[in-house]
Design a protein around this ligand. Sequence first.
Ligand code: TYM
Length: 331
Amino acid sequence: MRILSGIQASGSLHLGNYLGALKKFTDMQALDAERFYMIADLHAITVWQDPANLLSQTREIAACYLAAGVTPEQSVIFAQSSVPEHTELGWLFNCVARLGWLDRMTQFKDKAGKDKERASIGLYTYPVLQAADILLYKATHVPVGEDQRQHLELTRDVAKKFNHDYKTDYFPLPETLYQGPGARIMSLRDGLAKMSKSDPSDNSRINLTDTADTIASKIKKAKSDAEVLPEAPEGLDDRPEAKNLVGIYAALAGVSVQDVLNDFGGKGFGAFKPALADVVVDKMSPVSERLRGLLNEPTEIDRVLKIGAEKARAAAAPVVQDVKKIIGLWG
Ligand code: TYM
């Protein structure tokens, strides 16, 4: 089993990133597997990043990994740009992936908006680089949030087409791990919008850097509805805000949605919200505290990233060599 995942080096992380990705990264350290967790700085520059901030953003994501409990002893933590093989395999895959596949990517449409003529070409071919990130390590499992599902399908398509065209079974078809109530955390202000770094309202999300008081106040202000919680999960189907808050509780407490409803079914948000605030503060405060400490230790972060870069390159270089040979490239 080989695990790979990554988080973009763009802005601070929130509870969605924690539950969709970081928590799974740490949980997976209990498995007998090799783990590669990268900071996707090459993906971040598909939209403008101020050079004065990019390095600190990269270090901040690395600090989030460590604060969440990912350790350099159990996992390879590295910056994508420190392993040039990502871009090399990315190019080779540009010649495997088809335009029609990229035209279907909803994330490009969302991010490029109406003015797609002015979007970078990198933003368009982004999923091809992501396929390279994963297949470069011949990863078999990729823990991500639900929003990455389409990119993971494209990764499998690239692996399939490469294997088919070159009559090989070189690349495994990686499995996407996005199950569970944490896979799609919604905004605290709107149960139909994803919790996101780019939402202008800070009250829409819980940041990894938020203090206990801020967390409690954001949960208190979170949009809910006037009904009591149902006894069974189906009762949440047309209640996006209630469904999201119950899902957050379940994902953080490590229980099922039904378990939460066994305790809170028939009770209103007056009773549920304080209990939810307690769970969020209880689980997230230690992470935020560690994060605040680590942000003052850039030298330690750089040390971790340097070790990670060496290990990642050692795993990646032979794969690119193999692929070049399969394709018939000189050298
Ligand atoms: P990024 O940086 O947008 O998000 C990082 C991870 O957080 C998850 N996530 C969420 N999960 C649940 N609820 C939410 N509201 C939420 N918002 C974000 C994302 O699904 C993701 O797992 N393209 C990727 C980075 C990447 C990558 C890779 C991932 C580059 N190469 C290779 C896996 C494998 C991205 O932009 O994630």
